[in-house]
Design a protein. Structure first.
Lengths: 217, 252
């Protein structure tokens, strides 16, 4: 990557299509699907674990599919935990990425990054499971009570794609709500940190609108 | 509320979509990427691509095809066929597959499910089971496209797949497949009560009512079909509108 783009040293002056997007590379899951989604939107992203590149990026995406405690151990060992916590540009955590941005996860009972002061809990099946509710929560479900800027009002009630067994309860940082067994936080935001429990990169045209909103921030 | 999923299945041979009627007659029905993108646009909730090519050459073509699918399609997709070791799954993950399905290879080597789940996570592993109804009440698991019966019974095997770490079960009734008289709802409902992971029903879709039945009586989480979609007998938007009207939660 070029350190400085032509004559502009102010990242705010870059046009959206030349912005420097970084996807944090770590030992988790299908990162290619995020890259592919960005390419479909007309953006290029670099997949890297290099702290310098992550710090200098205009936008950072923290994806993830995997297990919380082993992934947290990896982030600690590589020092990426401190890098992520201190980022000032817009950061988007996806799925496990969102859970790791919380304070604690029941998955492997591990302390996480603490960007959101929330705990990640395992879904429990209702005692009388008449509707044959399954865990993981897998498939398409609605997002409601959507809040700007990541979610514009056109996204209210739209379906997005989920795959997860752990969830974040409703709280002050909730910016979308989804109902599965009970209402929970399907997206969070605090300052420059954004996070979705669902996979926008796999959520069809709706997901692409959400990613586009993030890239416009 | 979680929507029930409609999943078109594309059988792939040498990079082309095919659908065997009862796995014998085979007829080409088009380019998989084009067809997959069309289905995604029409409202398919997921896609399944099954490689039925046995050769090494065909395998390489399939991995390249998976890359193209991942680049062009914005909904989740599962790929299956010929995955017998971790390296096969790894190649498909790197090509961009969201999930892989294992069938005969898991019957022969059940540990494969544990290994896949430990390495890639349960959400990546779909256990596909083909079974035939026998005299009495038993369903016998079959391999090699339904041709060879095994000593495994459907329900204990499905439970074992779950315990070994499968994230979903794709159950195909070989008695119903290609017959278009509806899904194996009784067996599906029994499986759904027995397992706590999602179940994809396959085999028997011939009319829109069959999908309604599989989601109500069959308690399935997803309904999979091939020829009725490939031959445009049931357009996906029409099917989803019908199911929505019938009170089945659908992503419209």
């Amino acid at each position: 990557m070029v350190e400085k783009m032509d004559d502009s040293s102010d990242s705010g002056l870059r046009t959206p299509d030349t912005q420097n997007i970084v996807i944090i590379k770590y030992n988790a899951g299908n990162i290619r699907s995020v890259t592919n989604a960005l390419v479909r939107l007309g953006y290029e992203a670099e997949v890297t674990a290099d702290p310098k590149k992550i710090k200098e990026a205009d936008k950072v995406i923290f994806p993830g599919v995997g297990e919380a405690s082993t992934t947290m151990a990896f982030l600690r060992n590589t020092g990426l935990d401190e890098v992520i916590i201190n980022l000032k540009q817009p950061v988007l955590g996806i799925c496990l990425g969102m859970q790791l941005m919380c304070s604690f996860s029941e998955e492997g009972s591990v302390d996480c990054l603490g960007i959101f002061d929330e705990q990640v809990k395992k879904f429990q099946l209702p005692e009388t499971n008449l509707q044959n509710i399954k865990i993981p929560h897998m498939g398409w479900n609605k997002i409601t009570n959507v809040k700007a800027p990541l979610f514009d009002s056109s996204l209210e009630g739209e379906y997005v794609y989920f795959v997860h067994s752990y969830y974040v309860a409703m709280g002050e940082h909730t910016v979308t709500t989804t109902n599965y067994i009970h209402p929970y936080s399907s997206s969070l935001q605090r300052d420059n940190f954004y996070a979705t429990q669902f996979h926008p990169e796999k959520s069809g045209e709706v997901g692409e609108r959400i990613l586009a909103n993030f890239l416009k921030l | 509320m979680l929507a029930k999923r409609i999943i078109p299945c594309l059988d792939i041979k040498n990079g082309q979509t095919v659908k065997g009627v009862k796995f014998v007659e085979i007829k080409e029905v088009g380019d998989p990427v084009e067809l997959g993108a069309l289905y995604a646009e029409q409202g398919a909730d997921e896609l399944v691509f099954l490689d039925i090519t046995a050769t090494h050459e065909g395998r390489k073509t399939f991995v390249d095809l998976v890359k193209r699918i991942a680049q062009n399609i914005n909904i989740p997709f599962t790929v299956g066929g010929g995955i017998s070791e971790l390296s096969d799954a790894d190649a498909l993950l790197n090509a961009g597959a969201d999930k892989i399905s294992v069938n005969s290879s898991a019957v022969r080597n059940p540990q494969l499910i544990n290994d896949l789940a430990q390495n890639f996570g349960s959400q990546f592993v779909v256990a596909a089971i083909d079974a035939k109804h026998q005299q009495g009440n038993d369903w016998v698991v079959t391999v090699n496209g339904g041709r060879i019966p095994t000593d495994k019974l459907l329900f204990p095997w499905a439970k074992e797949c779950e315990e070994r770490g499968a994230g979903e079960i794709l159950f195909t009734s070989m008695d119903h497949d290609g017959v278009k008289q509806g899904f194996a709802n009784e067996a599906l409902a029994k499986m759904s009560n027995l397992l706590s992971i999602p179940i994809i029903a396959s085999g028997g879709a011939g009319a829109m009512e069959h999908f309604k039945d599989v989601f109500t009586h069959g308690k399935a989480d997803a309904g999979l079909a091939a020829s009725i979609f490939h031959f445009k007998e049931i357009p996906i938007p029409e099917l989803k509108a019908y199911l929505n009207k019938e009170g089945i939660p659908m992503r419209l």
